[in-house]
Design a binder for this molecule. Structure first.
Ligand code: DC
Length: 232
């Protein structure tokens, strides 16, 4: 593969669509940097919860908005090849995946000032290209000029089933309905917010991975990547 010519790969889609797995695996296969933009929204949410300045969707967001410009959010490579999310120099990778963050992150992601600040950091990370970034508005707002845009569109029942199997496998006490309800309500917030809602970029390639194995998905995304390199 020609490593001199680097592109930006933007992968957008709903919660639980498998886009992070696809993005991470592609990045490692082609030697690009993977950026999980959702983790950045999660880090801001964790800050709001821990500092007490934004602990409920009904709170006044002005204190969080004031702080967001001062937050240092980045990613630190780990010996096993993964990256951990860092907030003001602290490793918050595990904390940002907790349920208390899950239930506040969509409201935080509706705050325009938070979105704009994170978009600046994301654009900075992609300045040299050579990144695979996943999220909700990467192909539409953050990198409208990305050479490859993927929109993962997988039915809610399939996404909920995967999440359910994963959580039951990890010993959690949850029902399929709880998971489906949580996914559907997050979908609704992500798709209906005023600022940068999730939508397919006009030039995005759509993927429904319901019936694909991981290996088939890897092969599919690699083909898209190679075509994009040839095109650009
Ligand atoms: O991908 P995730 O589930 O970790 O994302 C967490 C939340 O952040 C989700 O509710 C949508 C929001 N988000 C966003 O609005 N824009 C992005 N680029 C990434 C995530």
């Amino acid at each position: 593969m020609n490593n001199d010519h680097k592109i930006i790969v933007a992968i957008d889609g709903l919660s639980g669509s498998g886009k992070s797995t696809m993005a991470r695996r592609l990045a490692s296969q082609v030697g690009y940097r993977y950026i999980d933009s959702g983790a950045m929204f999660r880090a801001v949410t964790l800050f709001g919860l821990d500092s007490g300045c934004f602990t409920s969707p009904d709170d006044d967001p002005s204190a969080l908005i004031e702080s967001v410009g001062t937050l240092d959010i980045n990613f630190e490579p780990q010996p096993d090849g993964t990256q951990h999310t860092m907030l003001n120099g602290r490793d918050v990778e595990a904390e940002i995946r907790q349920m208390r963050v899950n239930s506040m992150v969509s409201p935080v992601a509706t705050i325009p000032e938070v979105r704009r600040r994170l978009a600046q950091i994301q654009q900075q990370l992609g300045k040299e290209r050579g990144i695979v970034m996943d999220g909700r508005d990467i192909g539409t707002t953050v990198f409208p000029d990305a050479e490859l845009k993927i929109y993962v569109d997988t039915p809610a029942e399939v996404r909920a089933r995967r999440r359910y199997d994963e959580m039951i496998g990890a010993g959690a006490d949850v029902s399929f309905e709880q998971i489906l309800d949580n996914l559907v309500s997050r979908d609704k917030i992500d798709m209906s917010r005023a600022e940068s809602p999730l939508r397919k970029a006009e030039d995005a390639v759509v993927l429904d991975n319901s019936d694909m194995t991981l290996e088939q998905q890897d092969a599919w995304i690699l083909r898209q990547f190679q075509k994009a390199i040839e095109r650009s």
